[in-house]
Design a protein. Structure first.
Length: 329
């Protein structure tokens, strides 16, 4: 039985791609006593309610993570929190930096403070590969949020609340994913723009992302930054899988975009271990006043370890990409 079964769960940003996938998984497999969907857009909440039906275990809270008092009200009686709310568009962040700081950094602090005050047991925050060695403002705000959640365990050391972070790559089929964009262009017979034909990326399915978060609640002591061992892919292979034979046009990297993605930097690699029979890496906290210990069975990673999409030892084939793309979300 899952740790989450029979509990009260709240998910911030609950009407996003991850949130919708988690709601379906939780209702079908986790049997929560109560599932609180916390998000700021009433239209998206209405649309998701039409999709998932009127399950009596669901509660719908309009609210913004920038509003700590609203979070405090929503967290009353909640056992577990998934923090998925964030502003995520790289180019939008460069033009609207203050807004990204308010949501991704100050909003994260609000979630931490409210969770401790409400006596929440465990909080798992969603991060991104762009938080590792960030070169854009979005990545910098997410790295800051990661560190806030890890350090939140110091603030909560005398309380029951514990915090952990999961960091993964691009999500296939999520809002903003390149796959629907490529499909649209291919359907119109237009060439597919490739930022750089050398680009590699980490890609994870929504199903695997949800599975990882559920696993994090089982594995965590507090202070972990959990990274999945997932395959890399060449962006050109993805384009050919979406539209075989389509013309590809090299348009160059956008501002703030990397040629290859990274999920564990060399500096973070010094604190990394492999857990779950090699399913995940854990970046362990530097300082753990709350009593974190290295997990039983954890395996050390090689010296000088880093985890990048271009040097990964696992790769999607074009056939595997085609099969994933054809799977209904």
């Amino acid at each position: 039985m899952s740790t989450l079964s029979g509990s009260s769960i709240l998910i911030t940003g609950g009407t996003g791609s991850f949130g919708k996938a988690f709601i379906r998984h939780a209702l079908d497999h986790l049997d929560p006593r109560r599932l609180v969907v916390f998000s700021r857009d009433e239209l998206k909440q209405y649309e998701v309610r039409q999709q998932v039906g009127d399950d009596p275990r669901l509660r719908w809270f309009i609210g913004d993570v920038r509003d700590e008092r609203r979070l405090a009200r929503a967290l009353h009686g909640v056992d577990f929190v998934i923090h998925a709310a964030a502003l995520k568009q790289v180019d939008t962040a460069e033009y609207n930096p203050f807004e990204f700081v308010k949501t991704n950094i100050l909003g994260s602090q609000n979630v931490i403070e409210a969770a401790i005050d409400a006596g929440v047991q465990k909080v798992v925050a969603l991060s991104t590969d762009k938080a590792s060695s960030p070169i854009n403002l979005y990545g910098a705000t997410k790295l800051t949020a990661d560190k806030l959640f890890i350090s939140g365990n110091h603030y909560a050391a005398a309380y029951p609340t514990r915090f952990a972070v999961v960091r993964y790559g691009n999500v296939m089929g999520s809002r903003g994913s390149v796959i629907p964009f490529f499909k649209k262009l291919a359907g119109e017979g237009r060439p597919l723009p490739i930022t750089d034909v050398r680009c590699t990326r980490f890609f994870i399915t929504l199903e695997k992302a949800v599975e990882m978060v559920v696993d994090a609640f089982e594995l965590m002591q507090g202070g972990e930054l959990l990274v999945p061992r997932i395959p890399s892919m060449k962006v050109t292979d993805l384009a050919h899988a979406v539209a075989p034979g389509a013309e590809l046009v090299d348009v160059g990297l956008r501002p703030g975009e990397k040629l290859h993605e990274e999920m564990i930097s060399p500096e973070e690699g010094r604190r990394a271990v492999s857990v779950g029979d090699g399913k995940y890496f854990v970046i362990q906290p530097d300082l753990a006043s709350w009593g974190y210990v290295t997990p039983k069975g954890a395996q050390p990673v090689p010296g000088g370890f880093s985890y990048r999409s271009d040097t990964n030892d696992r790769w999607y084939s074009q056939e595997e990409l085609s099969a994933i793309i054809e799977t209904p979300l």
